[in-house]
Design a protein around this ligand. Structure first.
Ligand SMILES: N[C@@H](CCC(=O)N[C@@H](CS)C(=O)NCC(=O)O)C(=O)O
Length: 230
């Protein structure tokens, strides 16, 4: 059965989507090989077959799935002979909380810190689209939003306290071994380091050590990309 993942790319083939990274890691976790198709924000025609306009999109044989959480559920339900991304229904339910916290809190704290770096790493063809769709989220130009990051990063680091408390008791967010909850949060940090040299996490932050552990899993799957050493 062949698998194809459609994922976002930028200038110099930077794979910078947090949601797509969740699925890259999920495929590595399950030991499933896939073909990767790079798409730009404005390549809507390429993923039109999925019935919506966002990546990731996974094609698994005759089945097409979009939305990263739905894709993870699909992978567990349809490749149950492979290591589980959730483990059971309770863990799947709890991972939904991590999903929504990451999408609504973590991403919102990271985006202003790297918004101009994202813009600078976009393919030329995507720049006008990105300006048009993302500028309304901010009250000033991207470079001016990002200029405050040395002070704004404090709020991000503070919001990571629950992660630090969890990691003081277990090596991964999901428990003794990494699972989809880890890949959801990892995607946010991978998004940043794919396009920005700015250091979100201090050297002695246990979240940084966890991030590097997860990046190193499955034969260093998380390092198989162009990124900054941030
Ligand atoms: N809920 C979706 C969100 C996916 C998403 O927002 N993807 C972004 C890339 S990071 C996208 O494709 N955006 C298209 C656009 O803004 O036009 C998921 O979890 O997969």
């Amino acid at each position: 059965m062949s698998l194809t993942l459609y994922e976002l790319t930028g200038k110099d083939d930077r794979r910078f989507s947090p949601y797509c990274w969740r699925i890259r890691m999920a495929l590595a976790h399950k030991g499933l090989a896939a073909d990767f198709v790079a798409v730009h924000f404005t390549d809507k025609d390429t993923i039109a077959f999925s019935g919506q306009g966002k990546v990731p999109v996974l094609v698994d044989g005759a089945t097409t799935v979009s939305d990263s959480f739905e894709i993870a559920c699909h992978l567990d339900d349809n490749h149950a002979d492979r290591p589980a991304l959730f483990g059971n229904e309770i863990a799947r339910g709890e991972a939904r909380l991590i999903n929504h916290w990451t999408n609504s809190v973590l991403h919102a704290l990271i985006q202003p810190l790297v918004i101009d770096d994202i813009y600078q790493h976009l393919a030329e063809a995507d720049r006008a689209y990105f300006l048009e769709t993302r500028s309304p989220r901010f009250d000033r130009p991207f470079d001016q939003v990002q200029a405050r990051r040395e002070t704004d990063v404090v709020a991000l680091r503070s919001a990571l306290t629950p992660l630090r408390l969890t990691l003081a008791e277990q090596p991964y967010l999901a428990g003794g071994t990494p699972a989809f909850a880890d890949y959801i949060v990892l995607g946010a940090f991978q998004w940043a380091r794919s396009i920005s040299p700015f250091k979100l996490l201090e050297d002695d932050d246990p979240v940084r050590a966890w991030r590097d552990r997860v990046l190193s899993a499955f034969g260093r799957a998380g390092y198989a990309t162009t990124a900054y050493d941030a």
